[in-house]
Design a binder for this molecule. Structure first.
Ligand SMILES: C[S@@+](CC[C@H](N)C(=O)[O-])C[C@H]1O[C@@H](n2cnc3c(N)ncnc32)[C@H](O)[C@@H]1O
Length: 294
């Protein structure tokens, strides 16, 4: 068995919120007269193995904060997002699991075969990059008849903005997105950011407006005349505010995200929620916000 090691208490906070939302979502789609005719999907685009154990190994090179996955807690197995979604009292009609690592996909498939045999025909497992699969999948669906909850739980900056746009354009998706606040580390004090990282930030935010959002140039005077001074505004609130404003450009409703911190209180991620559907978005937001605020 592969040990998929990540997370501490903040992971539990994240997964508990997801579970509550998924249960509420399925209650609406089984109970509500107007919602009942929709086919529902749960999409886990960074699916992992289905289980996790808290431990001490760091993740891939794309992990932004090295301490994200280091936690002194004793190692113990817990349900990951896939297991939580499959274990709902009222399961979804379809499941799409996307995972880049072959070993993780194999582990996930074995887990479903063993513990959720009856749900196996509803599950589509893809070993691939989440961005490509999601963009293609959004186009394949009939959004007049289908609805989905998409969970984006990357280690770092793997989600491309074009993917967020594709999800929003469906008008049928509720999105939970774990946005990496570790980007703060790339936004250097002097504003001197490596060219390659600048491009990565453009792809992450879908705009180059982050430059003026996080840095302002001021003219100051000293003994030697006029001088340009760079003012940096990289706070958790500003990053979170910016990503929420970006989500508003693609989704009809966007919640106030929840900042997830490690045991040293360092901010790691913002748990964001956005609803694409105009009509259903109001109720979705109300439920998601109360779960986030709880
Ligand atoms: C934080 S873990 C997901 C944990 C999972 N949501 C859970 O609760 O069990 C992130 C996963 O994304 C996978 N991954 C990394 N880059 C990816 C990509 N571009 N597309 C799809 N999966 C990717 C990693 O192999 C890892 O299993």
């Amino acid at each position: 068995m592969i040990e998929h090691v990540f997370g501490g208490d903040w992971t539990e906070i994240k997964l508990a919120r997801l579970e509550k939302y998924l249960a509420a979502y399925r209650t609406i789609f089984t109970g509500n007269e107007r919602a009942r005719h929709f086919t529902t999907w749960y999409v886990d685009a960074f699916a992992g193995t289905g289980s996790r154990s808290s431990g001490e190994t760091a993740g891939s090179s794309l992990v932004l904060s090295e301490d994200v996955y280091q936690d002194a807690e004793t190692s113990r197995y817990r349900d990951g997002s896939a297991r939580i979604a499959l274990g709902l009292q009222s399961p979804f009609d379809h499941y799409l699991f996307i995972e880049k690592s072959k070993a993780h996909v194999n582990e996930l498939r074995a887990m479903i075969e063993k513990d959720f045999t009856a749900l196996l025909p509803r599950c589509d497992l893809r070993q691939d990059d989440a961005n490509g699969v999601l963009c293609a999948w959004c186009k394949e669906r009939d959004w007049k008849k289908e609805r989905a909850v998409v969970f984006l739980d990357p280690y770092g900056m793997q989600v491309e903005w074009s993917t967020i746009e594709a999800l929003g354009a469906t008008k049928g998706i509720d999105l939970w997105y774990l946005f990496p606040l570790g980007v703060a580390r790339l936004l250097k004090r002097d504003g001197n950011i490596d060219e390659a990282w600048q491009k990565r930030l453009d792809i992450l935010f879908g705009t180059d407006a982050w430059r003026t959002r996080f840095y302002q140039t001021r003219m100051t005077q000293d003994l030697f005349g006029d001088r340009e001074e760079i003012e940096r505004n990289v706070t958790v609130e500003n990053i979170q505010g910016f990503i929420q404003e970006r989500l508003v450009t693609c989704f009809s409703k966007v919640a106030d995200g929840l900042v997830l911190r490690n045991s040293k209180s360092s901010p790691l991620y913002s748990l964001c929620f956005a609803a694409a559907n105009e009509r259903g978005g109001k109720t979705a937001l109300k439920i998601a916000q109360s779960i986030l605020d709880d």
